[in-house]
Design a protein around this ligand. Structure first.
Ligand code: DQA
Length: 156
């Protein structure tokens, strides 16, 4: 039985354009469709959800800072900032709850500049290449981690 865990789902730049944006890569679902998928999975798993998107690196950093002590888990699709943002990496080091990194596509199978992730060293799991369903898998993964209290990886 889970007891009202609160999960933050953060989405980075250009994910507000899902549906229109390269559907052959990212699928046809809009971000609102993904929000609805997450809300229904969260209800099933006994989570409350805060689902947000920003095109601004600093806003994502602020939201991660504010999550400190307020959430039980974080699901993050940092989009392009995954591959560039030391600031997001540093903010993630401030929070001590499980982080699941999600990507709709599989960046490791795309251009070389997408192969490195600043999020990955801090993530308990990385879900990629599963499209919108990846967010549901991430919630399920969090549910497993939070109910078993499995130890988190410690960054170098
Ligand atoms: C993405 C992959 C990133 O490389 C890209 O910059 C995105 C979306 C994904 O969900 O597949 O914006 O994070």
């Amino acid at each position: 039985m889970r007891d009202g865990k609160h999960i933050l789902v953060l989405n980075g730049p250009n994910l507000n354009m899902l549906g229109l944006r390269e559907p052959e890569i990212y699928g046809h679902e809009t971000l609102d469709d993904i929000r609805a998928l997450c809300e229904s999975a969260a209800a099933r798993l006994g989570f409350t959800l805060d689902f947000r998107q920003s095109n601004h690196e600093g806003e994502l950093v602020t939201w991660i800072q504010q999550a400190r002590g307020q959430v039980d888990g974080l699901i993050l699709n940092a989009a392009a900032y995954t591959h560039t943002s030391v600031a997001i990496h540093d903010a993630l080091r401030l929070i001590d709850v499980p982080i699941i990194e999600v990507h709709l596509s599989d960046p490791r199978k795309r251009e070389a500049f997408r192969h490195f992730s600043y999020v990955e060293p801090l993530a308990a799991a990385v879900i990629c290449g599963q499209g919108a369903r990846g967010y549901v898998i991430a919630l399920e993964r969090l549910s497993g981690i939070l109910s078993t209290g499995r130890a988190m990886p410690v960054p170098d």
